[in-house]
Design a protein around this ligand. Structure first.
Ligand code: GLY
Ligand code: MN
Ligand code: MN
Length: 514
């Protein structure tokens, strides 16, 4: 029996493109990559991949993969231009986190990385708005290398390279940061800085200061000095930085859109191959591991979040992450998983039949949800002028109509639908999975925003709902780049139509499971 004619839409086209790319990459490994390997500086003299040491990752003219240093200059300039005269911006690198006595793989603070591209811990940024042609003065505090750190942890970027590569006006040892902070607090009118969460509203000024300096824990000063040092961090002058940076981060530049497309493509392919790999009898965790392996092999640095691999009724638990039960025949498997690639998260959910074909009840519910999801995606344009909140209201309206058509009695109030669809329609995504904390859900969506559109239906075994739908949970989640006139679905290469999903499960899209 051939199901080939059933393969339709973008997933089939994407599979062919992928096969061509693999062949090209294979040739690249044989020729260009060998040449690149031979010229690369090894061991590296930098604290992060840069072109001389990692030309296979960071191309000529790039500061981080996919982004030139001008991109960062433009961000900083846009931020400083938006602030009042005599403003100062202070941003501190993320803290190193430990488990079982060893450090986790370090992930830079998102706003710090957005403004600098600098990926080492033990660092801080001060930008002082001035009347120079650049518009501000940038000092990057970093942790210089010592013989001991070089031997145990490897290279750190030198002060000269911090200035040259990261375009700082000045690079100083991080030990000098507290004094510099005290000086700018005394001299300036507006200080934009975020204090790490914790401590509650009544925490003292010195506690605030300590929390700001915590990521820089190896500063050689005593903590008593810190206590007195930052009295000045109090009240009047301090403004939160995150909303200012959040406004800029909400609109993705062309370079960011490209990286996000690449991240979504990696995750979408991993979803497709995981559909092929899945079968009854496997444990959910095997699919999670397979997905993560596929992403890592394509260069993703880490998962963007703990994946949900929920088979059968486990899909009714929205944040199901235990992923430790066996998949049964004829169950649906809901996989909500995405990688972080070159600094940007991807976030995709697909739901597919473990045995390769939807039952008729599963197909009816899936098609109802898919129809609503596609109508929602179509509204993600600046021209439509909807806010994320309004999009959510639309999702409720569309789902009510679709579910009523397939036999649900949802009554006149919202309660029953709320039981079936208890979450919000989506969220902005970017450097962070949920770039929502300063996102205005009431403001019209603008071109260049990337949001998820992720309605779901989770039917509990309640007499209010048709029995044949009981215990089925389905979510379909895409990442959508809001356009002026048209939405762009960044996750388009993950199969979504029933024919494509079944084609992927049955191995008919030309993609191997590995
Ligand atoms: N995977 C988390 C979310 O969809 O928001
Ligand atoms: Mn998700
Ligand atoms: Mn999401």
């Amino acid at each position: 029996m051939s199901l080939r004619p059933l393969i339709v839409g973008s997933a089939a086209r994407s599979a062919q493109t992928f096969t061509r790319k693999c062949r090209r990459n294979h040739r690249l490994y044989a020729t260009e990559a060998t040449q690149l390997a031979n010229v690369a500086l090894k061991p590296t003299i930098y604290g992060q991949p840069l072109t001389p040491s990692h030309p296979h990752l960071v191309k000529d003219g790039e500061l981080v993969p996919g982004m030139g240093s001008q991109e960062y200059e433009t961000r900083r300039r846009a931020l400083m231009d938006s602030l009042p005269s005599h403003s100062v911006v202070i941003c501190v690198a993320a803290q190193v986190k430990y488990m079982s006595g060893r450090a986790y793989k370090f992930r830079q603070d998102s706003d710090f990385w957005y403004l600098t591209g600098f990926e080492e811990p033990g660092a801080a940024l001060i930008m002082e708005k001035d009347s120079s042609s650049r518009g501000y003065r940038m000092t990057l505090f970093h942790s210089p290398s010592t013989p001991s750190t070089a031997q145990w942890d490897g290279a750190r970027t030198s002060a000269q390279d911090v200035v040259r590569v990261f375009r700082a006006d000045n690079a100083r040892p991080v030990d000098e940061f507290p004094d510099a902070l005290r000086r700018v607090m005394a001299e300036t009118d507006h200080v934009y800085v975020d204090l790490p969460p914790g401590g509650g509203p009544k925490r003292s000024r010195s506690a605030s200061a300590k929390s700001l300096l915590k990521p820089l824990q190896y500063l050689s000063r005593s903590s008593q000095e810190h206590d007195t040092l930052l009295e000045s961090l109090g009240g009047q002058k301090r403004r939160p930085l995150a909303p200012e940076v959040g406004r800029l981060r909400a609109i993705k530049s062309e370079a960011e859109q490209k990286v996000m497309r690449a991240a979504a493509d990696i995750s979408a392919r991993a979803h497709t191959k995981t559909m092929r790999f899945a079968r009854p009898g496997l444990s959910e965790h095997v699919l999670a591991a397979h997905f993560e392996y596929l992403c890592a092999r394509e260069g993703a640095q880490r998962p963007a979040y703990v994946p949900v691999v929920a088979s059968g009724p486990n899909a009714l638990t929205i944040h199901y992450t235990s992923n430790n039960q066996l998949i049964r025949e004829n169950e649906l498997v809901l996989v909500d998983a995405g990688c972080e690639y070159n600094g940007y998260a991807s976030d995709i959910t697909r739901t597919f039949p473990a045995s390769g074909a939807f039952t008729s009840a599963q197909a009816d519910l899936y098609n109802a949800l898919l129809s609503a999801q596609k109508q929602l995606v179509a509204l993600c344009t600046a021209r439509a002028g909807l806010s994320l909140s309004q999009l959510h209201h639309k999702s409720v309206e569309f789902l009510r109509a679709e579910l009523t058509q397939i036999g649900f009695d949802l009554g006149f109030t919202g309660g029953r639908l709320n039981e079936l669809y208890p979450h919000f329609v989506g969220h902005p995504v970017g450097i962070d999975l949920h770039e929502s904390s300063h996102f205005d859900r009431q403001a019209p969506m603008q071109a260049g925003m990337v949001i998820t559109v992720e309605p779901g239906i989770y039917v509990p075994p309640s007499p209010h709902f048709p029995k044949h739908f009981h215990n089925i949970g389905i979510r379909i989640e895409d990442e959508v780049l809001v356009g002026e006139e048209h939405p762009v679905v960044l996750s388009a290469s993950a199969p979504k139509e029933i024919a494509d999903v079944e084609g992927a499960c049955q191995g008919l899209l030309g993609l191997e499971p590995f």
